[in-house]
Design a protein. Structure first.
Length: 760
């Protein structure tokens, strides 16, 4: 049996090596192992630094005369190369050791190298031991011999080792190559000792630094390949053909047919030598497992010639006159004018044409981004409008861009100020530009595919006079408000606009909130806002929910203030809101959801507030909204007080511009109230404190709007003359603040009446 040489004999005493040498540790492990016999020690030639232990290794698990060709005992060189990316290697020394799967790429002529690990040494070294290394070698030999080393669910190996060259193909590459007016060039993106990365582009200017001269494209598909060992990199076209034949396929006849197609009509022109036009050859190769195509690989080669010269060298094209065009070579047979292809006899000329193999990478398109982001099949294909491109809005927009979720119109009236860059998805270089334009540009640069429908509008999202905005809203499938104001979602709630969601952070950045309408828009976002406030008032988590942090002045004006809040919190809440919003948008129901941070523990608590059906009534130019939960609450308070009447104060949200009042909650009777089966007189004890609590807890959004009381058994909710006089008096009292008064009466059998009075 013939063995290959590995370095030079290691002369002298190995004891001269450091006591803690990893090489000595491996040697001791070999000497102790029952299935390993040490043959000799070797060292690197001068100028290199490595040592090797030559061993005969085998534990009896490898069957004799197996199909792969692994012997029951193999002679290996166990190499220690300090400082290498993988310091320990196992290299077969048998001269006819078979080519198999899972061998490392080595220079041609070097000893083969077993691929033992799929993790980098920086991770492996923390658990690596010499004994485990020997076990790994034995397992590799056993599993390679019986064909189980490559798992059934493991992806097929690539055909060639990595050349270190990469080419990035643009989105839509397949369509672009059909356009004869487009010029393909390569642009150098980065270059290191290990890797060169180039970007293929049809629209890059030839004056751009690092851009190659124009390239000619040659694309074709060859017959499929199963799962051969990884091949060494070809250096020439002939080398490439030989390696493809070795794995059961060939560039023929597909290459010839493609050259014929390209030379049809006016033929091909031989480019001038000084033009240096080369070919980018893309070969599509079906990869087969059990006779079925598992994937389609694309191999890229930079071919150092042009199409005309390649066809001439192969003998499949001919040039009628010097300097003229090159056409398909044909021979006349039978009747005059009847043509057939010349026989192809490849010559050494074409075989010697140099090629550089490049790893193909495709730039990410929006569909791929949705898949890699785990979005449900078919989701993300809709038109959306985002109001507010500030800190939260820009964070959400960039997430959507990276995930390919939706095609967006961005609306914001503001310019980017210097302090905005602390929390916005923007940088100081963009200060002074429109926020919507800055965020839109970032969204377009997120993926390899731009969103052709993305547009930006500088303006307020509730501006009904803005024609472009009105058109964008009308064409949208989903509106999202991420402004820090109340006006946009409230105005949208009164208009016939698409389904709307509102997202916002609390002033401290401790919580974030999502309100989203149902698909049928029965529950509008303004009504959900009122129901959210009721949860803030009732739930334990609402006590400090809307508290504020310190403010910082950012200008000379009274309103030039900003809150203290980190980009970390914006990013965290942006991710939570994005996930919740995407799931809610897929559903048809309305949702109210709150996320709160536990600052000390670093945890997040999520609270769902069940939305309730909303009712409404109009009176003297005002529209009053309430929901079934409030109705049930009033009836419960009435039932607890029977046979006496009862009552208390009402709190709600009043919008004077929209002339709407949303009833939020009703409270039980003050302790000093008078309650009998025939009358109720509300007391005043604790009312001021209760009102202050509502105002404080909701930051002024919820305040006193009127009174409620109940009627006794067998009595309807119709107001009596006394009730009407009471609401008139209440309206007179509230008129100083310009606020209308509301009286709600809860009667028998769930009846309810709402009376509004406005005193001028």
């Amino acid at each position: 049996m013939a063995f290959l040489e590995c370095g030079l004999p290691l002369s002298g005493d190995v004891a001269s090596l450091p006591v803690d040498s990893p090489f000595l540790a491996l040697l001791r492990a070999c000497e102790k192992h029952p299935d390993v016999d040490v043959v000799e020690l070797r060292r690197a030639p001068d100028g290199e630094s490595w040592h090797a232990i030559v061993v005969d290794i085998g534990d009896g698990t490898v069957a004799a005369r197996n199909d792969v060709g692994i012997h029951p005992r193999e002679r290996l060189a166990l190499v220690h190369r300090p400082g290498a990316s993988m310091p320990f290697e196992a290299r077969p020394l048998r001269s006819d050791f078979p080519e198999t799967l899972h061998q490392n790429g080595v220079l041609q002529g070097e000893l083969r190298s077993l691929c033992l690990y799929d993790v980098p040494w920086s991770s492996l070294e923390r658990t690596w031991t010499p004994g485990q290394f020997l076990t790994r070698v034995l397992q590799w030999l056993e599993k390679t011999a019986d064909g189980t080393l490559h798992a059934r669910d493991q992806a097929l190996e690539q055909l060639f080792f990595d050349s270190g060259w990469r080419v990035l193909l643009p989105v839509g590459f397949g369509d672009a190559i059909q356009d004869q007016n487009k010029t393909l060039r390569l642009r150098l993106l980065s270059e290191t000792a290990e890797r060169v990365t180039l970007a293929a582009s049809f629209d890059v200017d030839e004056s751009t630094p690092g851009v190659t001269p124009p390239l000619q494209l040659l694309t074709f598909e060859i017959s499929g390949v199963t799962h051969p060992p990884v091949q060494y990199l070809p250096k020439t076209l002939g080398d490439l053909e030989d390696r493809l034949v070795q794995v059961g396929t060939s560039v023929f006849p597909a290459l010839i047919e493609e050259l014929y197609r390209l030379a049809a009509g006016e033929g091909l022109l031989v480019t001038a030598a000084e033009s240096r036009i080369n070919i980018l050859m893309l070969i599509r190769i079906p990869r087969l497992r059990d006779g079925v195509t598992e994937r389609l690989d694309v191999l890229a080669f930079l071919v150092e010639t042009d199409l005309a010269r390649l066809g001439l060298a192969m003998g499949v094209l001919y040039q009628g006159q010097p300097g003229g065009h090159v056409f398909r070579a044909v021979a006349l047979q039978g009747d005059v004018g009847q043509a057939s292809s010349l026989a192809v006899t490849p010559s050494s000329d074409w075989r010697d044409i140099r090629v550089t193999q490049m790893h193909v990478r495709h730039r990410v398109d929006r569909a791929a981004a949705r898949g890699w982001s785990g979005l449900p099949e078919g989701s993300g294909k809709f038109r959306g409008l985002l109001a507010g491109a500030g800190a939260l809005g820009s964070t959400l927009a960039l997430l959507w861009a990276r995930e390919g979720w939706g095609s967006w119109t961005l609306v914001d009236p503001d310019m980017l100020d210097p302090h905005n860059v602390v929390r916005h998805q923007a940088f100081d270089i963009s200060v002074g530009r429109s926020k919507s334009e800055v965020v839109g540009a970032l969204m377009q640069s997120a993926l390899g595919e731009r969103d052709p429908q993305l547009q930006t509008i500088r303006g307020k999202a509730n501006d009904c006079e803005h024609e472009a905005l009105v058109a964008a809203i009308a064409s949208a499938d989903l509106l999202i408000d991420a402004t820090t104001s109340l006006e946009v979602p409230r105005d949208w709630s009164l208009q016939d606009v698409p389904r709307t969601a509102s997202v916002f952070l609390t002033p401290s950045g401790g919580s974030s909130v999502l309100l989203i309408e149902d698909a049928a828009k029965h529950l509008r976002v303004a009504a959900l806002e009122a129901q959210y406030y009721r949860a803030v008032l009732r739930q334990e988590w609402g006590e400090a929910h809307l508290q504020s942090t310190a403010e910082i002045r950012v200008g000379a004006g009274c309103r030039d203030r900003s809150l203290v809040m980190s980009a970390t919190r914006i990013t965290l809440h942006g991710a939570l809101l994005n996930q919740g919003l995407q799931r809610a948008a897929e559903a048809s129901s309305a949702a109210i959801r709150v996320w709160s941070l536990d600052g000390s523990a670093g945890s997040v608590h999520c609270y769902d507030v069940p939305p309730c059906e909303v009712r409404q009534s109009s009176a003297v130019g005002w529209t009053i909204y309430w929901d079934v939960d409030l109705e049930s609450h009033l009836q419960s308070l009435r039932a607890l007080a029977l046979p006496n009447e009862t009552g208390g104060i009402l709190v709600g949200v009043t919008d004077h511009k929209a002339r709407t009042i949303y009833l939020v909650d009703a409270y039980h009777a003050p302790l000093d109230s008078v309650a009998t089966p025939r009358e109720f007189i509300r007391g005043k004890e604790g009312v001021a404190d209760l009102r202050l609590r509502c105002v404080t807890r909701t930051r002024g959004m919820v305040d006193y709007v009127g009174d409620w009381h109940s009627h006794p058994r067998h009595a309807s909710a119709r107001p009596s003359q006394t009730d009407l006089k009471l609401v008139d008096d209440l309206a007179q009292t509230l008129s100083a603040d310009g606020v209308p008064a509301i009286m709600v009466i809860a009667g028998d059998k769930g009846s309810l009446t709402i009376t509004l009075r406005e005193s001028h």
